[in-house]
Design a protein around this ligand. Structure first.
Ligand SMILES: CC(C)(COP(=O)(O)OP(=O)(O)OC[C@H]1O[C@@H](n2cnc3c(N)ncnc32)[C@H](O)[C@@H]1OP(=O)(O)O)[C@@H](O)C(=O)NCCC(=O)NCCS
Length: 124
């Protein structure tokens, strides 16, 4: 793990073996209140802290510089998350995710060679 990382847990944050975390990575399993009107009327400090669910970073994941991992997200093993991505949804194993919000830009099968590669989100 590099410098200036922030991991906040009120529920559970799991980081499995052989995970590489670059600088300025933020991982959280919680928020200051829900994003609903009743909560917005309360000062953020006074809102109840809530967790959508644990965060799980499976083995052999690389989180690039400045990645944010949001509550309730599971990042599948052997995946890469590109610099400055905000991960709001699960990332399947053997995937490359990038962007804000993060989208899968490449995905491989576990057995895969180059022929199994699918570049997603592109027009054919
Ligand atoms: C994701 C990453 C690993 C590149 O992987 P790659 O397989 O070479 O991906 P490509 O460069 O072929 O890009 C694939 C697509 O994702 C996009 N993309 C790549 N990295 C991106 C990023 N960080 N944010 C947004 N989009 C990104 C590319 O623009 C491309 O989109 P396009 O097909 O529409 O042009 C790299 O861009 C990255 O972010 N590395 C992290 C570097 C870092 O943080 N280092 C710290 C040292 S530990």
């Amino acid at each position: 793990m590099e410098n200036d990382c922030h991991i906040g847990a009120i529920n559970r944050v799991e980081i499995h073996d052989h995970v590489l975390i670059a600088s300025r990575v933020y991982i959280s399993d919680h928020s200051h209140g829900e994003t609903r009107l009743e909560d917005l009327r309360i000062s953020p400090h006074d809102r109840p802290v809530v967790s959508k669910g644990p965060v799980v970073i499976e083995s052999h994941v690389w989180l690039g510089e400045g990645v944010c991992v949001m509550p309730g997200v599971r990042i599948g093993h052997h995946s890469v998350v590109g610099a400055n991505a905000v991960v709001t949804r699960d990332v399947p194993p053997y995937s490359v995710a990038a962007g804000c919000p993060a989208r899968i830009v490449k995905s491989f099968s576990a057995e895969g060679g180059a022929d199994d590669r699918q570049d997603l989100g592109k027009t054919p």
